[in-house]
Design a protein. Structure first.
Length: 395
């Protein structure tokens, strides 16, 4: 990569429980205005925009951005499951890096309801091959299929079987992320939980209990990315650059019967490898990261797939407190999806905002000391994994 792309501005509104938010266009417009103001540019300066969401009609991106202004610029709507927000950022970064534009906007939002049901039941579901892999190994669960928890719970089951760990260890991740979220005014759940409270909540599937699953949420976040030359010309803030970014999709290994690979282990490892090689920054250099903790078992496995700890050692990593303040790397200082919330289209850009604030030293009580680089991981089943390395300019 040319390392010619900087994040000039970010914006984010507080996330809410599903069904309690303003409409998506109002949320999206608010986040956009914040990002533009933070960057010091107007909507008229933006040459392309990419908008991520999954629960909404086509051209919902236009509906949101038209609340800010109608400039005639290209607006592309992006749906890549839970990595939609980061996919929008990937496209915005790519447009700037290629020299096609100097200024691009990435926006993500989601207006969710408490009960999320799939549409178009008469059509092939994009995840039907994923379901077959789980059912082939563990059989049909009692009652209705537990949604995405089926995949991530099965991965937890397999890890417990393979390494003989106590499945209670997964609950520590919720406790950590709730503790981090206590300092985040944007988070949905800021009250602390104990391991006992997490384990005592309703069982969903496998080792997963209710408090180990991210909640349906609503919210919006945005980022303005510009070329370094444009930032210099306009006198814009250019202290956070995108050092490397990768988007990868599934390979045959996803469907060969290994549950951790079914939930993106190999995608994450491949995207991370590309980013480490392109940036010259390794996992050992990272002191703060936002990762896709849709379920505790996923964050647990990400520690290994992203290279924070060798395969088979995540239990020790958790129990030794290596993923929090005072440890090796502060993972999800925002509280992550489990505590901050997971308004799907907004998630990747909320991660971006958090890490930009960390690199600027603007994260308040969440601030991690000595941050020069920051790593972001966002994954959608079906599938797509986006890994991004941010760097403080001059670091």
């Amino acid at each position: 990569m040319s390392e010619n792309v900087v994040v000039a501005g970010v914006g984010m509104i507080p996330f809410t429980k599903a069904g309690r938010s303003e409409s998506y266009d109002v949320m999206g417009a608010k986040a956009t205005r914040q990002a533009l103001a933070d960057a010091g540019v107007d909507l008229a300066d933006v040459q392309q925009a990419y908008v991520g969401y999954i629960y909404g009609d086509s051209t919902a991106g236009q509906k949101a951005l038209y609340q800010v202004g109608k400039t005639g610029m290209p607006i592309v709507n992006v749906n890549n499951n839970c990595s939609s927000g980061s996919s929008a950022l990937f496209l915005a970064r790519q447009a700037v890096e290629s020299g096609t534009v100097d200024v691009a906007l990435a926006l993500g939002f989601e207006q969710m309801e408490p009960d999320v049901e799939g549409r178009w039941p008469e059509r092939p579901h994009p995840l039907e091959d994923f379901v077959k892999v789980v059912l082939g190994k563990y059989g049909m669960p009692e009652g209705p299929l537990p949604g995405a928890a089926l995949f991530f719970g099965a991965a937890g089951n397999q890890y417990v079987e393979e390494y003989g760990i106590d499945p209670k260890v997964f609950a520590n991740i919720t406790v950590k992320n709730r503790r981090h979220a206590a300092n985040n005014p944007y988070a949905v759940f800021r009250d602390p939980l104990t391991v006992e409270e997490v384990l005592g909540s309703r069982t969903i599937y496998g080792p997963l209990t209710k408090f180990q699953c991210c909640p349906p949420s609503s919210g919006a976040a945005a980022a303005v990315v510009v070329s370094k030359e444009y930032a210099k010309k306009r006198g814009l803030r250019a202290d956070v650059e995108i050092a490397a970014q990768a988007l990868v999709t599934d390979t045959p290994s996803t469907f060969e019967g290994d549950m951790k690979r079914l939930i993106g282990f190999d995608m994450t490892a491949a995207a991370s490898k590309q980013v480490y090689e392109k940036s010259g920054i390794g996992p050992e250099d990272v002191r703060v990261a936002e990762v896709h903790d849709c379920f505790t078992t996923h964050e647990f496995l990400i520690y290994e797939s992203i290279g924070f700890t060798p395969e088979g050692t995540a239990e020790k990593f958790v129990l030794d407190g290596q993923g929090t303040y005072g440890g090796q790397v502060v993972v999800n200082p925002s509280g992550g999806l489990i505590a901050k919330g997971h308004p799907i289209g907004a998630t990747g850009l909320a991660q971006c905002a958090e890490l930009v604030w960390q690199l600027r030293g603007e994260a308040g009580d969440r601030q991690v000391d000595g941050v020069n680089v920051a790593l972001q991981h966002n994954l959608g089943l079906g599938g797509a994994a986006v890994v991004t390395m941010y760097r403080k300019a001059g670091a």
